[in-house]
Design a protein around this ligand. Structure first.
Ligand code: AMP
Length: 219
């Protein structure tokens, strides 16, 4: 199965991608995580990406496209995957189409998680992340057992600089400006599935599976 998860920042793409990856044995590719790691490791891509991420803006298409294309050119390129955070623009979708064509891979579906802006702001300004194992928490809806400490690896949790309110609003502006073309692109290909991203995590996961089942009924 080859899935793309699209949705505003904080819509739960990462959470659903992790569940899909674990339960359906799909390789999880998250461009936000890859970029943050590149920044921590001070790689050339990290240096190029850092100012954009800090300002809540998209990293230029050519940087991200090359990073993803490189992942698919490697000998261990994934056959089955769930990718979240990419593509985010029409230009990225077109570049990814080309990468997949070169690898003779067809997409199974593109899942659009729908959540309105005010709900996103509420969610993201309370979000805490573990810089080491990447687990995410929320001060209200999913607090860690011990305040400020990761349940999984016991490291100190942080608020990502891109989770501050003004950065979130800025990111939402860019999200809306960029995704219209992207959504139309996948709609034209008959690949788009819209799913409500509001509600318990397991319920959203079930809606995704339901949607995928309806899209490919057993023969
Ligand atoms: P995320 O963790 O997916 O919310 O991504 C965090 C930040 O990484 C975004 O605000 C962007 O600055 C950058 N980023 C991640 N994926 C992409 C992408 N496909 N295109 C451009 N920038 C990206």
């Amino acid at each position: 199965m080859r899935l793309i998860l699209v949705g505003p920042p904080g819509s739960g793409k990462g959470t659903q991608a992790k569940l899909l990856s674990k339960r359906l044995q799909l390789v999880h590719i998250g461009t936000g995580d890859i970029l943050r790691e590149a920044i921590r490791e001070k790689t050339p891509i990290g240096r190029k990406a850092e100012p954009y991420i800090l300002m809540g803006q998209l990293v230029p298409d050519d940087v991200v496209n090359e990073m993803v294309a490189e992942r698919f050119r490697r000998d261990d390129r994934p056959d089955d995957f769930v990718i979240d955070g990419y593509p985010r623009t029409l230009a990225q979708a077109e570049s990814f189409d080309q990468v997949l064509r070169q690898q003779f891979l067809d997409l199974t579906g593109v899942l659009l998680l729908c959540v309105d802006d005010d709900e996103i702001v509420r969610r993201m300004t309370g979000r805490l992340s573990c810089p080491v194992c990447k687990s995410t928490y929320h001060q209200v809806s999913k607090p860690p057992k011990e305040p400020g400490i990761c349940d999984v690896c016991q490291n100190r949790l942080i608020q990502r600089s891109d989770d501050r309110e003004e950065t979130v609003r800025e990111r939402l502006k860019y999200y809306h400006a960029n995704t219209e073309g992207l959504i139309a692109h996948y709609q034209k290909q008959g690949l788009l599935h819209q799913i409500s991203g509001v509600g318990p995590i397991e319920q959203i996961y079930d809606s995704i599976l339901q949607e995928l089942k309806q899209a490919s009924p057993p023969c």
